[in-house]
Design a protein around this ligand. Structure first.
Ligand code: FES
Length: 308
């Protein structure tokens, strides 16, 4: 075959370039703008007050925030509406007409499961301030809008207007994705719902602190050992030690009150048992790390109770 007879070689396709950096910057700038949304502070405080009144301090709050689970409940529950709605979207995409009833059911289940999910999120958010509170407010507003869209989607599907129901579902998915991004931002960038003692390295050797005579009975006192703040309590001959920063949001336990064998955080009222650091009352869900305390030659010494 002569050169003239050869078919022209195909033009190499341009590689598809996804503008990852631009997308990242856009999302980052969106989150930062929400963090600085000071105009929302007034309304956020008012809503927080309403949530506090509704949830109170006690069993309902503990149930919503996760004391019984040892983890925050909200991130666990979010899997339900996201899962239902994503499944409905998949059926809309590839399921054909026969799958319409199933898609409608999934959309409805997503709406129902979003209600306890929102309640647990509201309970977590009610103890926030500053940036966390602003981001949480917008996160909640977007997710509430998403619930509205999916409710409209379910109603449209039930009324036989499937195409409109799918469009409402797509709008709900888009808004919920924005809300989900802000949810991740709150946890991973602002530290909401993270055990604030996670990175504490308690001393593994007995470490001297202060003379025992400096402790008054039933008066918490903060000492520093191995680079970590520890609250030490003396009750007669009994000594107790816990990490001083509250697991919930880092509140200073040494400024808290002692009640019924517990120390109560002054910030949001979590109570930790002195004997083992377990949570007697939320909103904290993670136990407080325990420190062993002994007195040698009138000096109080502390050490991690177990290997970290
Ligand atoms: S910081 Fe919230 S209860 Fe301690």
């Amino acid at each position: 075959m002569s050169t003239e007879e050869r078919p022209p070689s195909p033009i190499p396709a341009e590689p598809v370039v996804v503008p990852v950096d631009a997308i990242t910057q856009l999302l980052e700038s969106f989150a930062r703008r929400v963090e600085d949304l000071r105009a929302a502070d007034g309304v956020a405080k008012q809503i927080q007050g309403l949530v506090h009144d509704a949830v109170g301090r006690g069993a309902l709050r503990d149930a919503l925030t996760g004391r019984w689970l040892g983890h925050a409940v909200h991130p666990v529950l979010t899997d339900l509406p996201i899962g239902f709605w994503t499944s409905a979207f998949t059926l809309d995409l590839i399921g054909g007409r026969r799958s319409r009833p199933a898609a409608q059911l999934l959309v409805g289940l997503g709406v129902l499961s979003a209600l306890p999910t929102a309640a647990s999120g509201a309970a977590d958010w009610s103890d926030t301030a500053g940036k966390e509170r602003r981001v949480g407010l917008v996160h909640a507003a977007l997710n509430t809008a998403a619930i509205g869209f999916f409710t409209a989607s379910w109603l449209a599907r039930r009324g036989g207007r499937n195409g409109r129901g799918v469009l409402y579902g797509l709008a709900g998915s888009a808004v919920a994705t924005g809300g989900g991004y802000l949810g991740g931002h709150m946890v991973q960038r602002l530290g909401l719902g993270v055990d604030h003692t996670t990175f504490d390295q308690l001393p593994t050797e007995w470490t001297p602190t202060l003379p025992a005579s400096e402790w008054l009975d039933d008066t918490p006192r903060r000492v520093r050992a191995g680079g970590v703040d520890i609250v030490v309590v003396r009750e007669g001959d009994a000594w107790f030690g816990l990490a001083a920063r509250c697991t919930h949001a880092g509140g200073p336990l040494d400024e808290g009150a002692l009640r019924d064998g517990c120390i109560e955080c002054p910030w949001h009222g979590s109570r930790f048992r002195l004997r083992d650091g377990s949570v007697a009352q939320g909103p904290a869900f993670a136990p407080q790390p325990v420190v062993s305390v002994r007195v040698r030659d009138d000096i109080v010494e502390v050490r991690a109770t177990s290997e970290g």
